[in-house]
Write a protein that binds this ligand. Structure first.
Ligand SMILES: Cc1ncc(C[n+]2csc(CCOP(=O)(O)OP(=O)(O)O)c2C)c(N)n1
Length: 402
């Protein structure tokens, strides 16, 4: 058994500053230790979100640890295989071994307990045993680092029961911000996705980073302009907002997440983490065409969903509907002053352009180019958090400020 701080300080000494994940009772001491220490811990709503956060942190130059139960591996397979693997993003994982053969455990862990190591191997995540003595910590971390350096992929330390000694949980009581401003009423769509993207490109400054969701959003953005500050999610549907949050927490640059309604609905929990962590530099631009447009235009649940209400209930500072390019320009300009997170919802017509391109760069090159941009020199200095406060006077739109 080791102390939580032994592990946390050892990984911190190796440059890891960001911890995220979802608890498991085997992990309790380590998660409690991370929450109670000076490293940054962001509790995720799902292990998939935690994976997106770690990917976003890496894209902003930070190294992470993702902690999860092995039953949560089911939630990470998609972002690991379709985002982290093609982009070659390394980070450390600590995954518990519930259902270890021979251990008395709950029936829901039995099968995953039998296949945990094989599953990791199958999806090309390196793995080894979590250290249980002080002497084991450095060599296990050396091995993990060597794997991550060689493969540019995550390495997972598999944690058995009682590996870490009980540690105190000292969790600050959150200070809830005042309720944000909502100006989002149902509106008829008047623009299509590509004209919204065109306007967005015309408004955001060159120092902003842009994360585009899975499907035609990224392809349209690439077709309009391919620049180092663009990150196109080729997979990991629903994770753009988690990637954007992970990035925004580690850079003073504005980070604009261009999301789709289908993707946002797929990982609605991400909005809660964004609202709770509240990075002032995050702008969540939701192109709401009420459809899975990229895969044939099947309706999503969007017609009955009040995204603005959800965002405000989750703690976003503002949620605004922009139904024309001029409104989008005005509201983006406001949001770019800081004071976020902001949701800008654009009701959009379905459909795309003929001869739509696809990113020609490999995702790993897109990821490295983006990381170089984000960690590069700022064109103009920005404070890491908090800029101009936003008040009702700054808001315009058809709805009522509630
Ligand atoms: C986990 C997963 N499920 C399904 C898909 C297939 N897929 C790719 S894009 C897309 C639709 C996305 O819809 P939305 O976010 O509303 O964006 P839109 O296509 O309307 O711009 C789907 C279902 C996928 N890439 N990943």
């Amino acid at each position: 058994m080791i102390e939580a701080q032994t592990f946390i300080e050892s990984v911190r000494a190796r440059g890891v500053t960001f911890f995220t994940g979802v608890p498991c009772s085997f992990l309790t001491p380590l998660i409690d230790g991370a929450i109670s220490s000076s490293v940054r811990y962001v509790g995720a709503t799902s292990e998939g979100e935690a994976t997106g956060l770690a990917a976003g942190a890496w894209l902003s130059g930070a190294s992470s640890v993702v902690m999860c139960q092995n039953s949560g591996l089911g939630n990470v397979v998609n972002p690991l295989t379709s985002l982290v693997w093609p982009c070659r993003i390394p980070f450390l994982m600590v995954c518990t071994w519930r259902g270890e053969p021979g251990l008395s455990d709950e029936p829901q862990h039995e099968l995953m307990g039998r296949v945990t190591h094989r599953l990791l191997e199958l999806i090309q995540i390196g793995s080894g045993a979590f250290p249980t003595t002080v002497e084991e910590v450095a060599p296990r971390l050396d091995r993990a680092e060597a794997w991550m350096d060689e493969h540019c992929l995550p390495f997972c330390l598999v944690m058995r029961k009682d590996s870490v000694a009980k540690s105190d949980l000292r969790e600050p009581v959150p200070v809830l911000p005042p309720r944000g401003w909502l100006v989002d009423q149902p509106q008829e769509p008047r623009v299509n996705r590509i004209s919204a993207l065109e306007q967005m490109l015309g408004t955001v400054p060159d120092d902003a980073a842009i994360v585009a969701t899975t499907g035609k959003t990224g392809r349209e953005l690439f077709t309009l302009a391919d620049r180092p500050q663009h990150f196109y999610l080729v997979g990991a549907m629903g994770c753009a907002s988690a990637v954007g949050l992970g990035a925004a927490l580690h850079t003073p640059r504005p980070v604009v997440v261009v999301d789709g309604d289908g993707a946002a609905l797929m990982k609605l929990g991400n909005l809660a983490t964004i609202g709770t962590r509240a990075p002032s530099n995050l702008i969540h631009l939701l192109i709401d065409n009420a459809a899975h447009d990229s895969t044939g235009g099947q309706r999503t649940a969007s017609a009955g969903i009040r995204f603005g209400d959800i965002a405000i209930a989750c703690g976003y500072r503002t949620a605004v509907c922009c139904s024309t390019p001029d409104e989008l320009d005005r509201e983006l300009t406001r949001a770019l002053r800081g004071g976020g997170p902001h949701l800008l919802r654009v009701p959009a017509l379905p459909g795309s352009i003929k001869g739509l391109g696809r990113p020609t760069l490999h995702p790993s090159e897109v990821a490295r180019r983006f990381r170089e941009f984000v960690t590069g020199p700022l064109l103009r200095p920005r404070a890491l958090v908090e800029a101009a406060p936003v008040g009702a006077g700054a808001l315009t739109g058809a709805g009522e400020a509630l």
